[in-house]
Design a binder for this molecule. Structure first.
Ligand SMILES: [Zn+2]
Length: 226
């Protein structure tokens, strides 16, 4: 269900009214962007053509409680009882995951995430071999690389067992299909958002100057404070 320009509600249980309030009041979506993601060149990079700052939503305790309620309801319906929620270790994600973990009686474990947005190799917290794990991120701006592949792969490499994956917002890319194939019945997405991307060698001729993605995030956070 389309609830705002570029934002589709995917979760059947969140409710259109709550979804509209989250998007209207947190106002997390911007178009017309040309953003380097991750912002360093230490590996593969894409250029985002829009941005969805789920980090702004985390500033609204009521919205966080609605989303946690919704993720928890999905887990109950699927009979998922993970030992661990495995997520990137950024501040906004931690704020959400600490609460989610308490709500579903799981432990948070974080993957090192550099200021550029790129994942590192170290984890924080205990991930016992054989532990059942829900992978989580606030936003998968590339359309599924983190929640579909990078996070689950990091869990598997350490002997954990991924039972599902979840994000508040999923961008649009060719990875969407692969993500759904890999997690056909165990994928939670609240919002599908019109954040598209292209490879660095395919910049459109009329693209604005390339900026680090953090600038768009900071601008969206700043307009909330006005
Ligand atoms: Zn470009």
């Amino acid at each position: 269900m389309g609830i705002a320009e570029g934002v589709t509600l995917l979760s059947p249980t969140l409710g259109a009214e709550r979804a509209r309030r989250i998007i209207q009041e947190a106002d997390p979506f911007v178009t017309g962007q040309h953003l380097a993601y991750p912002s360093d060149c230490d590996g593969p990079q894409v250029h985002l053509e829009a941005y969805f700052a789920t980090e702004t939503i985390v500033g609204f305790p009521e919205f966080v409680s609605w989303l946690i309620e919704d993720v928890a309801a999905w887990m109950t319906e699927k009979e998922f009882r993970p030992h661990v929620i495995f997520a990137p270790g950024t501040d906004p994600v931690r704020r959400f995951v600490e609460q989610l973990s308490r709500a579903v009686d799981a432990r948070p474990v974080y993957l090192e995430t550099k200021p550029s947005g790129r994942f590192g190799d170290t984890i924080e917290g205990s991930l016992p071999a054989g532990a059942s794990v829900l992978a989580f991120n606030l936003t998968s701006v590339t359309g599924g690389r983190c929640i579909g592949f990078r996070l689950p792969d990091a869990v598997s490499q350490r002997g954990g067992h991924v039972i599902g994956t979840a994000a508040v917002a999923l961008g649009i890319s060719t990875l969407n299909e692969e993500l759904r194939r890999r997690f056909p019945r165990n994928l939670y997405i609240a919002f599908h958002v019109a954040v598209t991307n292209h490879n660095p060698d395919a910049c459109p001729a009329n693209a604005p100057r390339l900026r680090p993605w953090q600038e768009a995030s900071a601008e969206i956070m700043a307009r909330l404070r006005r």
